[in-house]
Design a protein around this ligand. Structure first.
Ligand code: TRP
Length: 332
């Protein structure tokens, strides 16, 4: 009866792209069938990057709408906004007392910035705010507040999960009780499979992404920009060494894949044809979610209501963790 808990946070700093869809949205929604899923929009994490209030609000709403459009069922998944669960911030403050500064010094994002400063001859902490420095503590609070067993994330987040474990262990050890549950990371096998327009892993930081809900015409136009070699139409082509085909493998059925593979090998097929086939395959999967997404954009109150109802239930769970914590630490 008691299902294990799967929890993840979605930082609302940009529209998801195809890589996010295949590597994180789809697998997280599949996990929700077997786990007690708790997925939230990490708006306070986004504040480190987005300081324009309208933009932060809009991104939070749009990213929530995107997940709902992709099939997140709020009756099955506890779906909420981090900022609507203030218990998060109380736990984060308590966790700070159990977090060695040296642990934070080792966090990838912080280290990357200080190293860049060092290389450029600037003071080490130039441009580093404490929100970035303590980012892993806030994330640990998100996770530990909800007794997460499993945290589905991309590889770039593994260190943060380890840190959440370290911090929780040090708190539990001090009070000789398992106050906080230790979470396990879960990385999706699909992650990293999706290549971008230039053939590198699809990523916002490479600027090679295909955004999830591009209108149909724009989607086709973007797909036509995928980098291919300069082989002529007549020449046979290698499907296993081609950016178009490697995306096709992610979106097309195995029957469609063998058909297109045969056309590659036979020659007489131009890149425009292969790209058109890819467009059809991607569009077939995204058409319905895209329509739902644009419909949800017009129903802001409905999306807000879902998040608020989620937050109410989330606070029920969160307040239990906080009262357990307060009793143990002598603040109750
Ligand atoms: N740091 C995560 C990211 O950048 C987002 C996040 C915030 C998160 N809190 C979390 C992920 C808790 C998993 C669990 O993608």
């Amino acid at each position: 009866m008691n299902k294990k808990v799967s929890l993840t946070g979605i930082k609302p700093t940009g529209m998801p792209h195809l890589g996010n869809y295949i590597g994180s949205i789809k697998p997280a929604l599949e996990l929700a069938h077997d786990y007690d899923a708790r997925y939230f929009i990490a708006d306070y994490h986004a504040l480190n990057q987005i300081k324009d209030p309208v933009k932060l609000k809009d991104m939070t709403f749009e990213v929530a709408a995107a997940w709902l459009a992709c099939g997140l069922d709020p009756n099955q998944v506890l779906f909420y906004r981090q900022s609507d669960v203030p218990e998060t911030f109380e736990l984060a403050i308590a966790l700070m007392a159990f977090t060695p500064k040296g642990l934070m010094n080792r966090a990838h994002a912080y280290k990357a910035l200080t190293q860049k400063n060092a290389e450029e001859g600037n003071p080490l902490d130039d441009g580093v705010n404490i929100g970035l420095f303590t980012y892993p503590i806030l994330m640990a609070a998100d996770i530990l507040l909800f007794d997460a067993d499993l945290v589905p994330v991309g590889n770039d987040q593994l260190q943060h999960i380890e840190m959440a474990n370290d911090i929780a262990q040090s708190l539990n050890f001090n009070y000789k009780t398992e106050i906080l549950k230790l979470p396990q990371p879960f990385t999706h096998k699909e992650a990293g499979l999706v290549v971008g327009l230039d053939g590198r892993k699809m990523s916002k930081s490479y600027n090679n992404e295909i955004s999830l809900f591009l209108p149909e015409k724009k989607l086709r136009k973007t797909i036509m920009k995928i980098v291919t070699n300069s082989q002529t139409i007549e020449e046979p082509k290698d499907p296993d060494n081609c950016n178009v085909f490697s995306l096709y493998k992610v979106f097309a059925t195995s029957q469609q894949q063998s058909e297109l593979r045969a056309k590659y090998l036979a020659g007489g097929m131009g890149w425009g044809h292969a790209k058109e086939a890819l467009f059809e395959a991607i569009n077939a999967q995204l058409k319905a979610p895209r329509e739902k997404y644009f419909e949800l954009l017009e129903r802001r109150d409905y999306v807000d209501k879902i998040l608020l109802e989620g937050a109410e239930k989330a606070r029920d769970i969160a307040s239990q963790t906080i009262s357990r914590l307060r009793k143990s630490i002598g603040i109750d």
